[in-house]
Ligand binder design. Structure first.
Ligand code: SF4
Length: 421
């Protein structure tokens, strides 16, 4: 499958507005402002674009949920990139910030928002500065502010920095955080399009999702819909990390084979070792065993059929020497730490899963611990306010099922190291 670069283009200094404009930048905004807002939404619907933040929800449909009344409305750009294994949004901000800004402006026009907030991960200081410089440039050229390009459309953009909580990437916790409150996810419904930021209709889109929008408006939804997997079209910025020879970000059409991504683009596994496991879309997506990855395509259906999820496209490759019990121990520790504590199954369950894994890793595991881990995970899944509970449960539940022999060796030999391969 050929590489198509819709976002991470090979153009030097594309982060500068004059370079972006010289390469057709902001012409999609001009075009969109000449259309009716509903026509813009229809074009995005036609493109088949799905959210790139993890859930893969159809973007045009999300926009169409926004009411058409005269209340203030908000667009939030979710740049709180905190999913372990994921580092693509910061690449967009660094290499092509104006395409993100242009996409956000088009989205705001389509949904009738007068204010855009970019909620950026607190640690991303460098990227926050790059983005602010780009926003300032766009204000100076009249792309942001009042009466944009003489259209009568007004919108302002503000950057809001997070303070280090993973849960603030969850859209309702994110809104609570912008409102100056503790980042507790809200019970849904009501959904953000009805009751969002400060109680007003709000749409939240991921950075990569919005960066696709100018391309869709420029070339048309139908053109975009023909790229990659028909039910999940476009490109994805796959961030490949772990035991590969060439870790990095590879923008490729959806539907690319996972094995091509690893061997053709990311240079294969270091020292030619076999693959033990692959996390396909960030730490919330269950790891696949090395013998499960053949023929798996990197799109929503391809990964669902394989027993995982596309998530954020953050691919973590682990070679045959990897200790999967310790990997899952680390993941469990992360979710326990990041649980906001608001609902009991997640607050207690993540802690229980970590404690069970901790005693297994220390050589104090009991044979019944494996079924107990799966039982705790099952009792978290579907019983929590937000998706963090599921995100914490799935990797452990499927991890115990798929790497059971590793766990059993730990328990049998009461060892802190894997023995008898
Ligand atoms: Fe908080 Fe976890 Fe409940 Fe989400 S699932 S609201 S993170 S306790």
């Amino acid at each position: 499958m050929e590489q198509i670069k819709l976002i991470l283009k090979d153009i030097p200094n594309l982060h500068k507005i004059e370079v972006y404009e010289a390469n057709g930048g902001y012409s999609a905004l001009r075009k969109a402002l000449g259309m009716k807002p509903d026509e813009v939404t229809e074009e995005v619907k036609k493109s088949g674009l799905r959210g790139r933040g993890g859930a893969a929800f159809p973007t045009g449909m999300k926009w169409s949920f926004m009411p058409k009344d005269s209340r203030p409305k908000y667009l939030i750009v979710n740049a709180d990139e905190g999913e372990p294994g994921t580092f693509k949004d910061r690449a967009i901000i660094e290499k092509n910030p104006h395409q993100l800004i242009e996409g956000a402006l088009i989205a705001a026009y389509a949904i009738g928002a007068q204010t855009i907030y970019v909620y950026i991960r607190g640690e991303y200081v460098k990227w926050m500065r790059i983005l602010q410089t780009a926003i300032d440039e766009a204000y100076e050229r009249g792309y942001i502010g009042e009466n944009i390009l003489g259209s009568g459309f007004n919108v302002d953009i503000y950057i809001h920095r997070g303070a280090g909580a993973y849960i603030c990437g969850e859209e309702s916790a994110l809104m609570e955080s912008i409102e100056g409150k503790r980042g507790y996810p809200r019970v849904k419904p009501p959904f953000p399009a009805q009751y969002g930021l400060w109680g007003y209709p709000t749409t939240i889109n991921n950075v990569e999702t919005l960066a696709n929008v100018p391309v869709i408006i420029e070339k048309g939804g139908e053109w975009y819909s023909k790229i990659g997997a028909p039910k999940h079209p476009g490109t994805i910025l796959f961030g490949v990390s772990g035991h590969v020879n060439k870790p990095g970000i590879y923008e490729l059409p959806t539907g690319v084979l996972l094995t091509d991504l690893i061997y053709k683009y990311a240079g294969g596994v270091r020292d030619n070792k076999k693959i033990k496991a692959v996390i396909p879309g960030g730490s919330s997506t269950p790891a696949l065993r090395g013998d499960q990855i053949e023929g798996v395509t990197m799109d929503f259906d391809g990964l669902r059929n394989a027993g995982s999820m596309i998530g954020t496209g953050g691919v973590v490759v682990m070679d045959e020497d990897t200790d999967m019990v310790k990997v899952l121990w680390r993941i469990a520790k992360f979710y326990w730490h990041e649980s906001c504590g608001q609902c009991t199954p997640c607050r207690e369950g993540t802690g229980w899963m970590f404690k069970i894994l901790d005693r297994i890793v220390k050589g104090e595991g009991r044979p019944e611990d494996l079924d107990l881990l799966v039982s705790v995970a099952n009792n978290i899944e579907g019983n929590t306010i937000c998706a963090l509970g599921d995100a914490a449960a799935w990797p452990i539940k499927f991890g115990v099922q798929r790497f059971r022999e590793d766990f059993e060796r730990y328990i049998k030999f009461k060892s802190t190291v894997l023995v008898e391969k």
